[in-house]
Design a protein around this ligand. Structure first.
Ligand code: FES
Length: 575
């Protein structure tokens, strides 16, 4: 495609005509202190910034936005920074997942209604990554993703602490009476020590790495720790590159092909990435008109084992991953599994971007013949308990539980679980399978990260650290355990999970991808006939829209009306 000329820029519709409306646009730029030379004939670059004082992972984004602007000016563009909703994983309740689609919608509409020729998407904290990419894909104006980068490693008495993962680990020890209050307070001080997203292989590290494998980031950018000076220089390089992308009209849909999404899945499996990645990739693909299924993930997991030795599947954290060669080194290790011809934001192919990549420490980024675990990153289970599928991360589970048969201990919702799980009168044993209902996309709502269901305190005291757990919830990428997640269809709409009763035998066979409820079809049918849905929680507002439009986990939990229908973005009329 030939390079655009200034009069072909999208922003020219706003600024170029010799009419009263464009006079208004130009005079308002001048009101903000810009001169004609600042914008005339130049690509206008929107910098969509998810900075906010309530988002701990993006505290450096004000500085980074300035560094992006420096790059945009250097390359002859005209930068304009715009705030968009900041999805803070730590503080949003009931879960940031409720708002992923809202940020995606805001991103799409922000791009659509303003005179942007290209945009920089500034995100990192969990849902910000898929949300920004989903919205930008629907808008299909040139877009580059600027990752927040992982925070520095945590530390407690000389021991490395990983976000989330070590909190869960020491919380279990505290519950078991092995960890005192003083040490717990010291952990609170030492586990999150800088700007940047969680530095284990949680959803943020997984999704930013996948964004890079998809071709949406500058090469190597997603592994750079947030507070390194390299990160600031990378931000300016993003500013220079996005101007080039505007002239070359390198749009998300031109990058996000089915081959690119397969590269994303391959990368996810090699990373031992967060189970959340499955939902997000399906949703992102849906915006690009590419249909992904759970089977697409399972096929890759059968061929490729985890090679990133990062917590929770491994030993290290993201700072070590960066020093070991980072994402480019990992992609180099798995290059035979990738489609290297896929186009990226650099205008080059993924293969060209990998030139010179090397592994510095092969204990952190393992060779394929010495993986972290035998299994691939995420397995898909099916059976009469999850006709549309469920997922498990076998490398994060105790091996003895990967083939297990046990009686169900059923909790109707998370409140019920919290109220009763530690009651010794329940008499749970390590063989029990804990089942949580009403934790899915509609039931919770928002399919929250409750899937690492708590183990009863009295079993923790006996030394039990893992149990089979099944829910229609998600699990934080920093979590671990034998947790079967995303059971679909969910219990709130009458999926089989809603029909499980205390004592029912459940069989899980991860190797054979089986999740079976040992109850006859006739009995299940009679339970279904008696089952009644709960009252809807929202009669108005965003909650109502959400409940009416959300799809199930295996479909990506996007809103139905936001799926790609092939029509493309409708440009606003300018009168
Ligand atoms: Fe932001 Fe974990 S809290 S990535």
């Amino acid at each position: 495609m030939p390079r655009l000329t200034p009069d072909q820029l999208r922003s020219a519709r706003w600024f170029a005509p010799d009419d009263q409306r464009s006079f208004g646009h130009r005079s308002r730029l001048k009101q903000m202190g810009f001169d004609t030379d600042d914008f005339k004939g130049k690509p206008t670059i929107g910098i969509l910034n998810t900075w906010s004082e309530v988002n701990n992972c993006h505290t450096h984004f004000r500085d980074r936005a300035e560094e992006v602007k420096r790059g945009v000016w250097q390359a002859g563009g005209f930068p304009l920074e715009v705030p968009v909703m900041s999805l803070s994983e730590s503080f949003m309740k009931p879960t940031s997942m409720v708002y992923r689609n809202l940020l995606a919608l805001e991103t799409e509409e922000t791009i659509r209604c303003y005179p942007f020729d290209a945009v920089v998407l500034m995100g990192g904290c969990d849902k910000t990554v898929p949300a920004l990419i989903m919205g930008a894909t629907s808008a299909d104006v040139p877009a580059i993703f600027l990752p927040s980068g992982p925070m520095l490693k945590g530390c407690w008495k000389g021991e490395t602490l990983g976000s989330g993962t070590d909190m869960w680990k020491y919380w279990a020890e505290k519950q078991a009476g092995n960890f005192c209050d003083d040490s717990w307070a010291q952990l609170e001080d030492g586990i999150a020590r800088s700007a940047g997203h969680c530095m284990t292989m949680g959803t943020a590290s997984t999704m930013t790495a996948i964004a890079e494998a998809l071709g949406l980031c500058l090469p190597g950018s997603t592994s750079i720790p947030a507070v390194h000076s390299t990160h600031a220089r990378m931000a300016s390089a993003v500013g220079r590159q996005v101007v080039e992308m505007a002239w070359e009209n390198i749009t998300p849909k031109s990058i996000l092909t089915s081959e690119a999404f397969r590269n994303g899945i391959v990368t996810d499996m090699a990373l031992g990435g967060s189970t959340n990645a499955i939902i997000h990739l399906i949703a992102m693909a849906g915006r690009a008109g590419v249909k992904l299924t759970l089977e697409d993930f399972d096929k890759v997991s059968q061929k490729l084992s985890v090679i990133a030795n990062i917590r929770p599947c491994g030993e290290y954290v993201m700072e070590d991953f960066y020093d070991a060669g980072g994402i480019l080194a990992l992609l180099e290790q798995i290059r035979d599994h990738l489609d290297l011809d896929c186009k990226t934001v650099t205008g080059k192919t993924l293969g060209e971007n990998l030139e010179g990549a090397e592994v510095i420490d092969d204990d952190v980024i393992r060779p394929l013949n010495r993986p972290v675990g035998k299994a691939g990153g995420t397995f898909v289970l099916k059976g009469n308990l999850a006709p549309d599928g469920a997922v498990i991360k076998p490398t994060a589970a105790e091996e003895r539980l990967l083939q297990h048969r046990g009686p169900a201990a059923v909790f109707a919702d998370y409140g019920d679980l919290k109220a009763r799980i530690d009651d010794p009168a329940l008499g749970l044993t390590p063989e029990h399978i804990i089942v949580l209902q009403h934790a899915g996309p509609i039931g919770a709502p928002g399919i929250p990260e409750w899937g690492m269901l708590p183990i009863p305190k009295y079993l923790l005291e006996q030394g039990v650290r893992d149990m089979l757990r099944i829910s229609d919830a998600r699990m934080s990428g920093t979590s671990y355990g034998a947790c079967v997640l995303h059971v679909s269809p969910e219990s709130a709409i009458g999926g089989p999970l809603a029909l499980v009763k205390d004592g029912d035998l459940i069989e899980v066979d991860v190797e054979n991808r089986k999740l079976h409820l040992n109850v006859s079809d006739e009995k299940l049918a009679s339970r279904k006939a008696e089952w009644k849905p709960r009252e809807t929680q929202f009669s108005r507002g965003y909650g109502k829209l959400y409940a009416e439009e959300i799809t199930q986990a295996h479909e990506g939990c996007d809103f139905r009306f936001l799926h790609d229908d092939g029509s493309g973005m409708v440009e606003p009329k300018i009168y």
